[in-house]
Each structure stands twice: as C-alpha cells, then as structure tokens.
Design a protein around this ligand. Structure first.
Ligand code: ADP
Ligand code: AMP
Length: 220
C-alpha cells in the first residue's frame, strides 16, 4: 500500500505517521527527515538542502527527488510506504508517478489533513522534535511523558531551527503557493480523502484510519 499524508506544516502528518507505521507495518518516508539527516551528515547535498530549509523554502526538486528515490529503493519498501511531506510540487508528483509506475504500483490514498492556518503557527512554534527518531511533541498540546525527553528512545528533544514563528509563517505561505495545488493532481486520480486535523490527536487518528479503510472497529 502506498499512502501519502498531505497537509500544511504543523497539520500533524508526522504525529499521525508515527502511529500508522506501527499499525500498518510499512515504513514512513519523510523527506523532511531525510533532508535533515543529509544536512546533519554535512554532505554537499546536505549543505545545499540546509540553506533552503533554514529559510523555510522548498529544497530544489532535483535534490529532494534524489534523496527520495534513494530511500524508495530500499528493500523495506517492498510492502508499501507511508509518505510524509512528499510530493510538495507538481514536478515531484510527476516524478513520483513515474517511480511508482516503474515499481508496478500506484498511489492508493492521499489523506489530506486540514487545519485552519491560524492554529498552525502555535503548533509549529511550540514543536519539540526528537533528533534521533523524528517523533514530535508539544509542551502543552502533546507533552512527552518525561520533560523534554523522547518517549520512544529517551533522547533529549530539540526545537528545529525552521520552527521559529517567522519561518513557520513563511513555510505556510510556501505550502499555499506551491504544495496545495498538487492536491488537484490526486483529485483527478480519485484518491484523495479529506479529514479534519482539529481536535485531539486520537480523534484525528480515528479519522485517518477511516479514510484508509482501517477503522478501529475493523481491528476488534
Ligand atoms: P507536520 O508533520 O504536519 O509538520 P507534526 O506532526 O510535527 O506536523 O505536528 C506539529 C505540532 O503540532 C507538534 O508539536 C505536534 O505535537 C502538534 N500536534 C499534532 N497533532 C495535533 C493535534 N491534533 N492537536 C494539537 N496539536 C497537535
Ligand atoms: P518537514 O519536516 O516536512 O516540515 O520539512 C522541513 C523542510 O524540509 C521544508 O520546509 C523544506 O525546506 C524541506 N522539504 C521537506 N520535504 C520537501 C519536499 N518534498 N520538497 C522540497 N523541500 C522539502
């Protein structure tokens, strides 16, 4: 199964993905995390990517697609993947169609998580991220069990450089200009399901599971 979580920065894609990968047994592919790992390794590609990420701009398509394709070729993707933050431009969507076609697959579902813009900045500017596993928290909205430590691996949580309120606002603008139009591409394929990303994380989780035909009722 190939799924994409689609939505503005701060809509809860990463939060929902970390639950879904366990539930569905398929890996998450987050281009944001892949690019941050590349930047942390200080490779030429990583340094280039970081200069865009720090400003809150999209990393150029050729760099992002290269990093994405490398990940897609790993054996753990055989059963499917949960994409988070990719594709974000029309060209990336076209590249993805081609890559999936080459693997004899297609996009099964794009879950569009809708959150009003006004709520996004407060979510992003409070976000705490685990630099090891990528899991995200919020001191008020989604606190970790122990102060500023990841529940999963006890790594000290950090604030991302691009999560400052001003950069967050810029990223939301970039999303509205360049990424939101990509939804039309998938609407034409008839694979988009819209869910509200407002309310408790568990409520959103239930909506996302419904949208992919895996409601909790089915599990019982
Ligand atoms: P994205 O991956 O879409 O950028 P995240 O999953 O990192 O978004 O969530 C952004 C921030 O909002 C995080 O701090 C997270 O803990 C918090 N968050 C996620 N879902 C909800 C929710 N339903 N209600 C309130 N806060 C949320
Ligand atoms: P995210 O972790 O999804 O919030 O992404 C953080 C940053 O990584 C974005 O603001 C972009 O600079 C970069 N990025 C992540 N995914 C993509 C993508 N598909 N295309 C271009 N840039 C991306």
């Amino acid at each position: 199964m190939i799924l994409t979580l689609f939505g503005p920065p701060g809509s809860g894609k990463g939060t929902q993905a970390s639950y879904l990968v366990e539930r569905l047994g398929i890996p998450q592919i987050s281009t944001g995390e892949l690019l941050r790992a590349e930047a942390a390794s200080n490779t030429k590609l990583g340094r280039l990517a970081k200069s865009y990420m720090d400003r809150g701009d999209l990393v150029p398509d050729d760099v992002t697609v290269e990093v994405f394709r490398r990940r897609l070729s790993k054996p753990d993707v055989a059963e499917g993947a949960l994409l988070d933050g990719f594709p974000r431009t029309a060209d990336q969507a076209a590249e993805l169609d081609q890559a999936l076609h080459g693997l004899g697959r297609r996009m099964d579902r794009v879950v569009y998580i809708k959150v009003p813009t006004a709520e996004l900045v407060s979510r992003i500017s409070g976000r705490l991220t685990c630099p090891k596993c990528g899991r995200t928290y919020h001191p008020v909205l989604a606190p970790p069990k122990l102060d500023r430590l990841c529940d999963r691996d006890s790594t000290p949580l950090i604030e991302r450089d691009d999560d400052k309120a001003e950069t967050a606002r810029h990223r939301i603008g970039v999303y509205l200009d360049q990424t939101l139009p990509v939804l039309e591409h998938y609407r034409k394929q008839g694979v988009v399901a819209e869910v509200s990303g407002e309310g408790d994380i568990e409520d959103v989780r239930r909506r996302v599971l419904e949208a992919i035909g895996r409601s909790d009722r089915e599990q019982r």
